[in-house]
Design a protein around this ligand. Structure first.
Ligand SMILES: [Zn+2]
Length: 231
């Protein structure tokens, strides 16, 4: 019998998403967390929350973020360690944007073990660079309501105009081909060792991310359910 994807059982571990910008990592991570009713832990959101609440960690991170620099590992790891100790994480959680490096991954592995969690489940969203390029360069955002379209995959009814509020659609400077090429290259360079690390540990699960958001979501869920309960 196919697993019931409407009412998945409890998640019993950490799920990690790896995938290039534009592969749908954030969307899939959020959806999976919602399906299981566990926290979706985006390190970017967590940092911004610390800053806005003025916590000691936020006070340290704020000037670094304002300079546009990367917050050092020590702060990110401290923040993650503190977060996963909270009660709402006891049945597992989904990471979005963490870990980014092998050093972070090793630390996370120790941390999870220390807290009695099973080994993490790592989802690797795999997508052909040319498909990704189309997806990213085709992206248009509404200037009024922020709705997102794609001129190739999900075009608005009228060219350049938002279906919902008639707002003008624009392309973010970040989504131009000359910016995306180097971005994808930088991602590949940073993530290839991380993916290799998790693959060696037998924790990496490849998912074809060129399919629709819903189809990818189904595959992610099926993949996670296939190991649930296992060590
Ligand atoms: Zn709009």
């Amino acid at each position: 019998m196919a697993p019931d994807t409407r009412h998945p059982d409890k998640l019993d571990r950490a799920v990690i998403f790896l995938g290039p910008p534009g592969a749908g990592k954030g969307t899939q991570a959020m959806e999976l967390a919602k399906k299981y009713g566990v926290p979706h832990l985006s390190t970017g959101d967590m940092l911004r929350e610390h800053v806005s609440k003025g916590t000691p960690l936020g006070a340290k991170a704020k000037p670094i973020m304002e300079r546009g620099e990367l917050v050092p590992d020590s702060l990110v790891l401290q923040m993650v360690a503190e977060r996963i100790e909270r009660q709402d994480c006891s049945h597992g959680f989904v990471f979005d944007g963490f870990p980014r490096t092998v050093v972070q991954a090793k630390y996370l592995g120790e941390l999870l073990k220390h807290h009695g969690y099973k080994r993490p489940f790592v989802i690797h969203l795999v997508i052909d660079p040319s498909v990704l390029m189309r997806r990213l360069t085709g992206r248009r955002t509404c200037k009024v309501g922020g709705e997102i379209y794609n001129i190739y995959e999900r075009p608005p009814k009228a060219e350049g105009i938002c279906d919902k509020d008639g707002g003008e659609l624009m392309q973010r400077p970040d989504d131009r081909e000359e910016v995306i090429g180097p971005r994808l290259h930088a991602y590949e360079k940073q993530t290839a060792p991380l993916a290799a690390y998790y693959r060696r540990l037998g924790l990496l699960h490849d998912i074809d991310a060129a399919k629709s958001v819903d189809e990818v979501g189904r595959q992610v869920l099926q993949s996670v359910q296939s190991v649930r309960g296992a060590k």
